[in-house]
Design a protein around this ligand. Structure first.
Ligand code: AMP
Length: 615
């Protein structure tokens, strides 16, 4: 029976200690954990010993839904209604996932390539958020049954590379499952906490977290100092994991034995057999089985030959992450292994050889992230001294300025949470509205970057060009969600927008965007310089026109004629010339107008003095 405590002083009912659970929402398996007597406890199924809930959902034709092990068994006979690898679909559009759609046994709706994907089961459609919510509901009820009390608050982990959209989708799934998601935490940070790293304030360490799960690979380099976690660099591949190894074994057998795969059910049987073989080969030298009367065999040596190129890719990612963090393998103090696929002996030995150190594999690699999430939840519940978790933003965030240039407000690799502001002004007299377009990416021209949002700052009081003080502030919270504020400081007009970025960017695309920015750096610089010269030229033409207007009382006719001729040349250069031709025209106009500007100043000062004298 639950106990109720009454505060005798106030007469109010005291709330029970709040329980916040930690959830590892994985591609292949999910887990839920909580803290008991200061230690993480993984909630296991009532019968078996396993804490893993397969991230699989089965939609029964009678519309009932089962999740986990019960769903997994339907993969073979009813693949079209059995949904797995949902995490790969989070925040993705159809065009993002088209390349590996054939690995999924179920139907992805393909009506609009750029819209968020939906899964079709019979006559119903489900978004990845709906599907993840089913998994989260299962975890919620599992822990509620285990503890015999309701659970409403959770911390959910996501890969370090998840972008804003994917984090937001994860949050939404939590909400849909009836959970108040207090924090989205990066998986490598959780894994470090599980190993007790970062829990004592005097600790100073650099850690590599190597996470090879069922569907994704992540390498993260973390720095712990003064009880603060900072992600120095991350790298990875959403399309690399245990599933790929299973597929490689299927391909190996199909090729070696000339197997004919008659239907989806055969395909799934073979996939499950491949996974069984892979796991067996972590401990034995070879594995045999019977598939539709055909004996199949694979040796560890053959498997390792298939595995080698995948491990090579992960090691390249490790090297890239270290390079980004400006570190060498020897600078890493601890290496943590996460994800079921790190049980493979060759994976452990290759990672250990690369870093020149023994890896941490004392804890169950499937459980470390959930255990760490529970520790983070405990910290949030106020049961531990406050630890701050810092992450970095993987791509630069900025706005479009005149000429389509990208003006970066938060540079890539900035620690979050953070806030930065920049001031701008108008380029047209009496401008009332300002369109703010928010972009993500490393290229100088916004057209090559990714548009996240657009909004209008309206009601700017009419003022001459250059007078309004427009401040754009970017606030990035600990979950990596961006809020943009725009204000006109003289009048106090303010508007803000929560940026829910367009869905559909993933690590691969992020990597591509970074590579593109390097590949195109030179041409980008040329275009940027030309655009800047054009902007400057247009401003000069505009100011020269104003100058003639404001000084018509004393300017000679031939002076006006010469300014008009020079602005005409400049206009032409802006429209059709190179950056240097524009610069030459700017200098020509400048050289002629500078003495006139001095003269104008004298005229104005003299006028002002006269005014004073009359008074
Ligand atoms: P996760 O996403 O962390 O749950 O990782 C699960 C992946 O680890 C799946 O692809 C499993 O097939 C794989 N896995 C689990 N145990 C082993 C093992 N003993 N040897 C090789 N792979 C394993």
């Amino acid at each position: 029976m639950a106990k109720i405590a009454i505060d005798l002083k106030s007469g109010s009912i005291k709330k029970e200690d709040q329980l916040i659970v930690g959830i590892d929402l994985g591609t292949t398996n999910s887990l839920v954990a909580y803290i008991q007597n200061g230690e993480p406890v993984i909630v296991r199924d009532p019968e078996g010993q396993s804490g893993l809930v397969p991230s699989i959902i089965y939609f029964h034709p009678d519309h009932s839904v089962v999740v986990g092990h019960d769903a997994r068994q339907h993969l073979i006979h009813d693949p079209g209604r059995t949904i797995f690898s949902v995490k790969r679909l989070m925040g993705k559009s159809y065009s993002d996932i088209a390349s590996y759609e054939h690995h999924l046994g179920y139907e992805i709706l393909n009506d609009d390539k750029d819209r968020l994907v939906k899964v079709r089961v019979g006559d119903r459609f489900y978004s990845p958020i709906d599907l993840s919510a089913h998994i989260l509901r299962k975890l919620k009820s599992r822990i509620e049954e285990a503890l015999s009390k309701p659970v409403e608050k959770a911390v959910i982990t996501v890969p370090a590379y998840f972008n804003d959209a994917q984090r937001q989708a994860t949050r939404d799934a939590g909400k849909l499952a009836g959970l108040d998601v207090l924090r989205i935490v990066n998986e490598p940070t959780a894994a470090s906490l599980a190993y007790g790293l970062g829990l004592s304030p005097e600790e100073q360490k650099t850690i590599a977290v190597y996470d090879l799960g069922g569907g994704t690979f992540d390498i993260s380099i973390l720095r712990i100092e003064d009880g603060v976690f900072e992600v120095l660099a991350t790298n990875g591949d959403t399309f690399l994991g245990g599933d790929d190894l299973d597929n490689a074994i299927v391909a190996f057998w199909t090729d070696k034995y000339g197997l004919k795969i008659a239907n989806a059910s055969d395909k799934q049987t073979l996939r499950l057999e491949a996974e069984r073989a892979k796991k067996a080969l972590s401990v034995s030298e070879y594995h045999t089985l019977d598939f539709n009367g055909q004996p199949l065999r694979i040796s560890r040596e053959e498997f390792e030959a298939l595995l080698e190129p995948f491990v090579d890719r992960t090691i390249l990612s490790c090297a890239a992450a270290l390079k980004d963090a400006h570190l060498k393998p020897a600078n890493i103090h601890e290496i943590i292994m996460v994800g079921g696929s790190t049980r493979i002996p060759l994976v452990k030995s290759r990672v250990s050889a690369f870093f020149g150190k023994q890896v941490h594999d004392e804890l169950d690699p499937d459980e470390v992230v959930a255990a760490g999430a529970a520790i983070q939840a405990d910290i949030l519940a106020g049961n531990r001294k406050d630890l701050l978790l810092l992450d970095i933003t993987p791509l630069s965030l900025g706005i479009e300025t005149v000429g389509g240039l990208m003006d970066v407000i938060i540079p890539r690799n900035t620690k979050v949470p953070c806030g930065y502001a920049r001031q701008y002004t108008t380029s047209v007299d009496g401008q009332k509205n300002l369109k703010i377009s928010v972009y993500q990416g490393e290229r100088d021209l916004v057209t090559n970057n990714r548009k996240l949002a657009e909004f209008i700052l309206s009601d700017i009081p009419p003022m001459p060009a250059g007078i309004p003080k427009l401040e754009i502030r970017f606030q990035l919270n600990a979950d990596g969600i961006l809020q943009v504020f725009a204000s006109e400081l003289r009048s106090g007009t303010t508007q803000s927008i929560m940026v829910k970025p367009q869905y559909g960017i993933d690590e691969e695309e992020m990597g591509r965007m970074l590579l593109d920015s390097i590949r195109h750096a030179e041409t980008d610089m040329v275009v940027k310089a030309l655009t800047e010269a054009q902007n400057e030229g247009r401003m000069m033409v505009h100011s020269a026109g104003k100058f003639i207007q404001q000084n018509s009382n004393w300017l000679e006719e031939d002076q006006v004629g010469e300014i008009r001729r020079l602005t005409g040349l400049l206009n032409e250069a802006v429209d059709t010339g190179t950056k240097d031709e524009i610069q030459t025209s700017i200098e020509g106009l400048n050289a002629y107008t500078t003495p006139l500007a001095h003269r104008a100043l004298e005229v104005h000062v003299a006028g002002a003095m006269r005014g004073q004298a009359i008074k």
